[in-house]
Design a protein around this ligand. Structure first.
Ligand SMILES: [Ca+2]
Length: 162
């Protein structure tokens, strides 16, 4: 008998906690004023490291990182260079030799997200709908592009730089 009572009390406590939490969550959602948290991260080709910052300005403050990698591209989650950003530092400038010089598979939280892009370091940006430069690509994006267009919007999974 006793264990049963304890069990029932535990259930009541959990129900009370849920009742306290859920209305608060509903209110926060209904308010709708808080923007989604943005991240401004950099990927460093030479080390495989990803570092995150509070702003795009901080993320791109160094034109070369500690290993000498240069900025090659910045990808944005929203059109017009808005929302979260993902900046790629790679092992040198791109060469105009007709081939993709650098490539990166986007991390899971960046897949199917990119809506605008900025090339750096003499690179052109190619967007691919599958990892490892798979699928029918779009590009090259040679200049700042506030809207990558309907073909690749929110579909990019890997990026080539040429
Ligand atoms: Ca997007």
């Amino acid at each position: 008998m006793r264990p049963r009572q304890v069990g029932r009390r535990a259930v009541l406590v959990i129900a009370a906690v849920l009742a306290a939490v859920v209305p608060g969550a509903a209110v926060a959602q209904a308010g709708g004023q808080a923007p989604p948290p943005e991240s401004h991260c950099t990927y460093h080709f030479s080390t495989g490291e990803t570092l995150c910052f509070k702003s795009l300005a901080e993320a791109t403050a160094q034109s070369r990182d500690a290993r000498g990698d240069v900025i090659q591209a910045t990808l944005f989650a929203d059109p017009n260079y808005g929302g979260s950003s993902f900046t790629v530092y790679g092992d040198g400038m791109c060469e105009k030799d007709g081939v993709v010089n650098f490539q990166i598979n986007l991390p899971d939280d960046w897949k199917n997200t990119v809506s605008s892009v900025q090339p750096w370091g003499g690179c052109w940006i190619w967007l691919y709908p599958e990892p490892d430069l798979g699928g029918e690509r779009d590009g090259p994006f040679k200049e700042n592009t506030p809207d990558v267009g309907s073909m690749m919007n929110d579909r990019t999974q890997s990026v080539g730089l040429s």
